[in-house]
Design a protein. Structure first.
Length: 283
């Protein structure tokens, strides 16, 4: 599932492309992804509205819209789920088979495509209410982070996936952050020392910032004609080297040597998700 960095990269690409565009029509081809909004509600609300830009909250994309004559904006909330993709394509081109929602922008259309239909493209913003602080903002501070961990007996890797603790961190970057901090994914959250909490918080912020930085340099192919690379879920041109994935230090490197100590990376399952770690560097 795409995490905060992948969503942030997509937001930065889409924002200048859609800003100022007026929605001329709405086509819903798969009602599941817009629930609880109905096709009629979506069409009536969006038609005639102007896109003010795209922002991000956790793993959600927020298309900020303003109805004709209105002063306030309202969000169209998108979540990519496991296989969702959002991109612009020429209106004259054939829509992909799994296009779930299509917004007519005139010359181009904005396509929400999802092969498994686990994503969301809806006016319902209620899932945002329970989200915790953004890890790259001042709201994510040591005191709040430490207090939250002290109240949990869960393994720290599992706790990092709790979106009420940190908004946007998922399986990939939880494993990467723990490796960088030298903390075992099996450690109980409430047993981390204060110095370890500080180190872990810094590691989370560094890992996410680097992922955004390097992800922003990859020429992604949002129209879906290129090869999916397994990390950036929107597809990239076939000739593009997969150089960001090579920067992952521990995730998906089972039985490969640790980049620090050469010990073989191990993998086990926590909360139905694969956890990768170095048994020597993360005792």
């Amino acid at each position: 599932m795409p995490e905060l960095p992948e969503v942030e990269v997509l937001v930065r690409h889409l924002d200048p492309l859609v800003k100022g565009q007026r929605i001329k029509g709405v086509m819903v081809r798969r009602e599941k992804v817009i629930r609880p909004t109905t096709p009629q509600q979506l069409a009536e609300t969006l038609t005639g509205a102007t896109l003010q830009g795209v922002t991000r909250r956790a793993k959600f994309l927020l298309f900020q819209l303003k109805a004709k004559g209105a002063k306030e904006t309202f969000p169209l909330v998108a979540h990519l789920g496991m296989t969702g993709r959002i991109f612009l394509q020429a209106k004259k081109d054939t829509l992909p088979k799994h296009a779930a929602v299509v917004l007519d922008l005139g010359t181009n259309v904005l396509v929400f495509e999802d092969t498994r239909y686990f994503g969301r493209f809806t006016l319902d913003a209620s899932p945002l209410d329970a989200l915790g602080p953004e890890p790259l903002t001042e709201d994510f501070d040591v005191a709040a982070f430490s207090n939250a961990l002290k109240r949990s007996s869960q393994p720290i890797k599992v706790k990092l996936l709790d979106q009420t603790l940190i908004a946007g961190v998922g399986n990939i970057y939880a494993s990467e952050s723990l490796f960088r901090a030298g903390v075992s994914p099996k450690r109980r959250s409430d047993k981390l020392k204060s110095t370890e909490v500080v180190t872990l918080l810094k590691a989370i912020q560094e890992v996410l910032a680097e992922a955004i930085q390097f992800g922003s340099t990859i020429p992604l192919d949002y129209a879906g004609t290129g090869k999916r690379d397994g990390l950036f879920y929107y597809g990239q041109p076939v000739e593009t080297p997969n150089f960001y994935e090579e920067r992952l230090l521990v995730y998906d490197r089972f039985e490969k040597p640790c980049v620090k100590c050469q010990t073989l990376i191990r993998r086990f399952v926590q909360a139905t998700r694969s956890t990768y770690f170095c048994p020597k560097c993360q005792r």
